[in-house]
Design a binder for this molecule. Structure first.
Ligand SMILES: *Cc1c(COP(=O)(O)O)cnc(C)c1O
Length: 369
């Protein structure tokens, strides 16, 4: 389990003093409301962004809130050549009382730090990460939609901006936070997806960057994802370097067994999903047994054939929980059983996130107060 406590030096840090420049060309409330009626995913952005610089000499400095817009980068910026980059994804929800809340943000802060270590980037202290979320919501809180299944998707990211073509960790780095209103991921209700088993390509290797949230993993998943579309599938599932089930391009995978076990692969190349960890906790509290261990393709296929596996689903912040309706590979296509657990866990989790159900675990964090 991941550590949720703040490290000592972090807890003692003085807050950053953000310089705020208001966007004079901010969208009017009427235009914003029009966008929020049907925001889609990832195409509209709020009026502001946050950025903090880091240098090897000066540490974190120049914290700013400024108008959303293009970033000026030197063409030799290391990220453009060597991909030294990491990111996070987290949502803010408007509750019925008008308050704006986010879900387990300390977990995203800690994961950004773990990703940073793997990509040789500086670790942004948890308190600075949380402060960046508060600063953006202070100016762009009006962009958090209140409709059913709507949220403001927050995208923190960090990259090497030093202009240097030599290969070493950059001495100049930028941390940014942007935000994009998001509607329901599924138009017309949650639909089971069909997934393609990639047996040609892997997204991550043993000892590689699979457990880090870094753009390179996504770049490596695009060709197999295109193959999935050609095969009439929605998503790809990858095998790890031992040939066991790993995860989808951007979602973890879970199996429900007849005996009440929730099973999910474990390997050092899997992204440690906060949605997955939260689901495992909800499942334990319901009295289900949780198992994290290697799951082979044979175990999956035989389990479905024998009725031992009763449901398979994927999870992540963007789509929350998606039932898997079919698994297709070069040599076979297996229908997957559809059960009740995935949707019931989805409802419990989204009820907590959106304030429809009491948060008894301290998972919510208020951003506008
Ligand atoms: C972000 C991500 C997930 C899901 O993580 P959550 O914290 O649940 O959003 C799963 N797999 C990959 C590869 C990811 O990048």
């Amino acid at each position: 389990m991941t550590d949720t406590t703040l490290s000592e030096p972090d807890a003692a840090l003085a807050p950053l003093e953000f310089a705020v420049t208001k966007n004079l060309a901010a969208k009017s409330p009427a235009v914003r409301e029009e966008i929020l009626r049907d925001p889609g995913f990832g195409t509209h952005f709020t009026d502001h962004m946050v950025d903090v610089c880091w240098s090897a000499r000066g540490g974190w400095h120049r914290p700013r809130v400024q108008p959303y817009g293009p970033i000026s980068l030197d063409p030799a910026a290391a990220v453009l050549h060597y991909g030294q980059e990491i990111f996070e994804g987290i949502k803010a929800y408007r509750h019925a009382d008008g308050g704006i809340y986010t879900f387990r943000p300390e977990q995203n802060a800690l994961r950004l730090q773990r990703s940073a270590r793997r990509l040789a980037l500086p670790e942004l202290p948890t308190s600075y990460f949380l402060q960046s979320l508060h600063e953006l919501i202070a100016v762009d809180g009006g962009w958090v939609p209140s409709g059913e299944d709507q949220s403001l998707y927050l995208r923190p990211f960090m990259f090497a901006k030093e202009a240097f073509l030599g290969v070493r960790p950059a001495n100049k780095v930028a941390y940014y936070l942007i935000a994009s209103p998001a509607g329901s991921y599924f138009t017309g209700g949650v639909k089971p997806v069909k997934i393609w088993l990639s047996e040609t390509y892997q997204r991550a290797a043993k000892g590689g960057t699979g457990a880090a949230k870094t753009g390179g993993n996504y770049a490596a998943s695009l060709l197999p994802q295109a193959e999935a579309y050609e095969q009439g599938c929605d998503q790809v599932v990858f095998l790890d370097s031992d040939g066991n089930i790993e995860e989808l391009g951007g979602m973890n995978i879970l199996f429900v067994k007849k005996d009440g076990t929730l099973l999910t692969p474990s390997s050092d190349s899997i992204l440690d999903g906060i949605t997955r960890n939260s689901i495992l906790e909800l499942a334990r509290d319901r009295g289900l047994t949780v198992e994290q261990r290697a799951v082979s393709l044979a175990e999956w296929r035989e389990g479905v054939a024998s009725g031992d596996i009763t449901e398979v689903f994927a999870c992540g912040t963007a789509a929350v929980i998606t039932p898997i309706g079919a698994l297709k590979a070069a040599g076979f296509e297996d229908e997957q059983p559809i059960g009740e657990l995935a949707l019931s866990l989805r409802e419990e989790l989204t009820d907590i996130q959106t304030g429809r159900r009491e948060d008894t675990r301290g998972w919510l964090h208020r951003l506008d107060a």
